[in-house]
Design a protein around this ligand. Structure first.
Ligand code: COA
Length: 439
């Protein structure tokens, strides 16, 4: 794991002293400790498996996490006396636990999570990381996920790092010196990958509609999932695009290689693809390895609406589970089912709305469950939470077109949104609107 040119030296000796087995490392976790888990594809699987093996010796360990790929066995019902998960974002591996009431959800803007750690509002005892091997100067890289990690690491009493030979060395504000780590567990395993979805016909139509809103020289934020990739596939004729986005997925690589994403017109971090984490295939992880084009920064910077708003033509594209006819966006719940989280949706929608010539776009299929449910409805389902308010959204896009909402009255919004609902539901939605006094 150590660079070949370095035999000894102060940080090398320090590194060697800190290397322990996963069993030894996990012994430092005590009952009632508050443990932060590195996020997304950087979730330290070997450390987490070691922690779960200690379940019968621990009670009431609180796990704080964002989205994590891979297993989260500590959330299983059989370990509920040992571990309690508090999640800032509900991923697939904790969704059942949160909806069963064993785990809990913290609704929060991604930009504000580092501040919760820095202020001590959420105190932490142990930080579990997965980092790259150290460089010649003793710096490991946080790799594919920088987002909230620096704040969590700084405020934890004990820092335990899985040093994975296969973690890319990403650049930017992405480094931690060996001296800041307390225990090191050396590993060598591939990172979990997220399949790049090719997209359905509906998603391709949505992508084509969104693409008509994207101007040359725009700076883009694209979220996760099939719709962002479908949008990217429709940008072949655009010029001089840039990227400032909390996350980056595979679709952007082709646009960079074809010279469509140049980052030249960007007004914040010009020349750079600015991100806080990446999730995708090995191709993406190899692309960001040692690549000065991609600047990793923390969530309190990348997702700060004020920073976002300084990008000329900032264009934010996010998705939703349900939209009511006034433009309220449900994105973390489906009725009383907790599904995902705020993530950076509001950060980017607000930032883009305030940017010079910016655009705040929500794109979603008009229906769910094989066409049985309309995602555009007169009212949100009972118990649905609003993630993005109706004052924030400029455009809602489905496969049936674009509803422009900014500056529009409630009646105009309802008309515009019904016109992009699936035709099978338009009459029904309009008749349900009669419940509104203003309709
Ligand atoms: N009623 C019932 N079921 C619904 C529904 C509705 N109104 N809307 C969606 N569903 C179902 C879908 O059918 C799907 O079920 P399935 O897996 O059984 O097919 C499931 O819910 C997920 O919907 P889908 O549209 O596939 O979700 P997605 O993966 O495209 O993600 C969000 C959409 C909104 C959950 C996601 O964009 C998100 O988490 N957003 C908030 C965070 C954010 O925007 N961050 C910034 C960018 S990273």
């Amino acid at each position: 794991m150590l660079p070949e040119t370095q035999e000894s030296g102060s940080w090398i000796d320090d590194y060697r002293k800190k290397v322990v087995s996963v069993e030894e490392a996990m012994k430092v976790v005590n009952s009632l400790d508050r443990v932060y888990v590195h996020s997304n594809a950087a979730a330290p699987q070997v450390l987490l498996e070691g922690l779960v093996r200690r379940a019968d010796q621990l009670t009431g360990v609180k796990i704080y996490q964002l989205l994590t790929l891979g297993k989260a066995d500590y959330a299983l019902a059989k370990y509920s006396n040992s571990f309690a998960v508090n999640s800032f974002f509900i991923g697939a591996n904790v969704r059942e636990a949160v909806n069963a009431g064993r785990a809990d959800y913290i609704p929060v803007f991604l930009s504000e999570i580092p501040g919760l750690f820095m202020s001590g509002e959420i105190p932490l005892d142990v930080c579990l990381l997965q980092v790259s091997p150290p460089d010649a100067h003793g710096f490991c890289s946080y790799g594919v996920s920088v987002d909230c990690t620096i704040a969590a690491r700084k405020k934890s009493r004990i820092v335990i790092a899985e040093v994975n030979k296969q973690m890319p060395r990403t650049l930017g504000r992405s480094f931690v010196h060996v001296s800041r780590l307390d225990y090191i567990v050396e590993t060598d395993h591939p990172l979990p990958e997220l399949a790049s979805e090719t997209g359905t016909a509906v998603e391709r139509e949505i992508g084509a509609n969104v693409a008509t809103l994207i101007e040359d020289c725009a700076t883009l934020q694209l979220g996760i999932g099939a719709i962002p990739n479908a949008v990217l596939a429709n940008l072949q004729e655009k010029r001089n695009l840039g990227v400032h986005s909390e996350m980056l997925s595979d679709g952007v690589i082709d646009l960079i290689e074809r010279g469509i994403v140049t980052n030249d017109a960007k007004t914040v971090l010009p020349g750079k693809v600015a991100v806080s984490f990446v999730m995708g295939s090995k191709r993406l992880y190899d692309f960001v390895d040692n690549n000065p084009l991609v600047e990793f920064q923390t969530s309190d910077y990348i997702n700060d609406p004020f920073v976002i708003s300084q990008n000329y033509k900032m264009t934010a594209i996010n998705s939703a589970l349900q939209v009511d006819v006034t433009g309220q966006i449900a994105a973390d719940t489906i009725g009383n089912v907790l599904y995902s989280g705020f993530g950076g949706q509001v950060d980017f929608i607000r930032g883009a709305a305030r940017a010079k010539d910016g655009k705040a776009i929500i794109a979603l299929p008009s229906t769910a469950k094989g066409g049985k449910i309309s995602r555009i409805s007169a009212m949100l389902n009972p118990a649905s939470g609003v993630v993005t308010s109706r004052a924030d959204v400029h455009y809602v896009v489905t496969e049936y077109g674009i509803a422009q909402l900014s500056g529009k009255t409630l009646k105009q919004r309802a008309k515009a949104l019904i016109s992009i609902a699936h035709p099978d539901f338009r009459t029904e939605i309009a008749s349900q609107c009669a419940a509104y006094s203003w309709y």
